[in-house]
Design a binder for this molecule. Structure first.
Ligand code: ADP
Ligand code: MG
Length: 233
């Protein structure tokens, strides 16, 4: 039996005169951790939007467990087991941290993780009663990861989960994901190279909407072309 969860084939998308993505392929297997990196404007968020069905590609296809998910509404996507964290954290500011998690998992048939476990996983064990709106930026990012975990996904997609974080928070976030590795599949889109280095994952490098390189992060990091284009060295 195939353990392929998500399969994007030859994905292209055009916004008016801009070919924002072209010829992208990605296969995510069950319980696999994958990273997508690239400079600003490379098409990372757009690709993630296609992978979660939010944007319909102009060409190519995206399948999750064999279902064509292009353009499916968010609740259908969630029910299939896909959770997503957006680039800008969106929590309910006037609810407590704990209640944010409770709301996020409302409707999950029989959750395996108690809310207390979710709180610990995202390093918010001491902040359960605090209002989400009063959290520091990094903690809001963690809460949103917790909210994505709350639906007990088979596939978690994260768009720049460490945006705006301190170096310490960035490493703590990588450790968080490494603890979850092997439980379900994770696709992390990132700009911060330290984060991807800490995760040491199979990496796809995007540049101008196309695949520049792909492979283990160690090979990517030492690749001349990636250094020129992305690391700017
Ligand atoms: P990244 O996340 O890698 O920074 P994006 O995926 O946000 O890059 O953007 C890739 C390119 O597509 C950019 O040139 C951006 O301006 C363009 N773009 C993204 N979304 C739209 C849209 N809805 N309409 C037109 N252009 C878009
Ligand atoms: Mg982006």
């Amino acid at each position: 039996m195939s353990d392929v969860l998500l399969q994007a084939e030859n994905v292209g998308i055009r916004f008016g005169g801009l070919q924002a993505l072209e010829g992208l392929n990605l296969t995510v297997r069950d319980k696999e951790l994958r990273c997508i990196i690239g400079p600003n404007g490379a098409g990372k968020s757009t690709f993630l939007n296609v992978l979660t069905g939010t944007l319909r590609p102009t060409s190519g296809s995206v399948r999750f467990l064999g279902h064509d998910i292009a353009g499916l509404p968010l609740h259908r996507i969630a029910r299939l087991g896909i959770a997503r964290k957006f680039q800008i954290p969106s929590v309910f500011p006037s609810l407590s941290v704990e209640d944010n998690l409770k709301v996020a998992r409302w409707g999950v048939p029989s959750p395996v993780r108690p809310v207390s476990e979710l709180l610990e996983l995202v390093a918010l064990g001491d902040s359960a009663a605090r209002l989400a709106g009063e959290l520091a930026h990094g903690q809001k990012q963690w809460l949103e990861i917790g909210m994505a975990l709350a639906i007990e996904p088979r596939l978690l997609l994260l768009d720049e989960p460490t945006a705006g974080m301190t170096p310490q928070e960035t490493l703590a976030t990588a450790e968080m994901l490494l603890r979850l590795k092997g439980e379900f599949s994770i696709v992390a889109v990132e700009h911060d190279i330290r984060f991807v280095r800490a995760l040491n994952c199979e990496t796809l490098v995007l540049h101008q909407g196309r695949r520049l390189r792909s492979g283990p992060f160690h090979d990517i990091e030492t690749d001349e072309m990636v250094r020129d284009v992305y690391l700017g060295r």
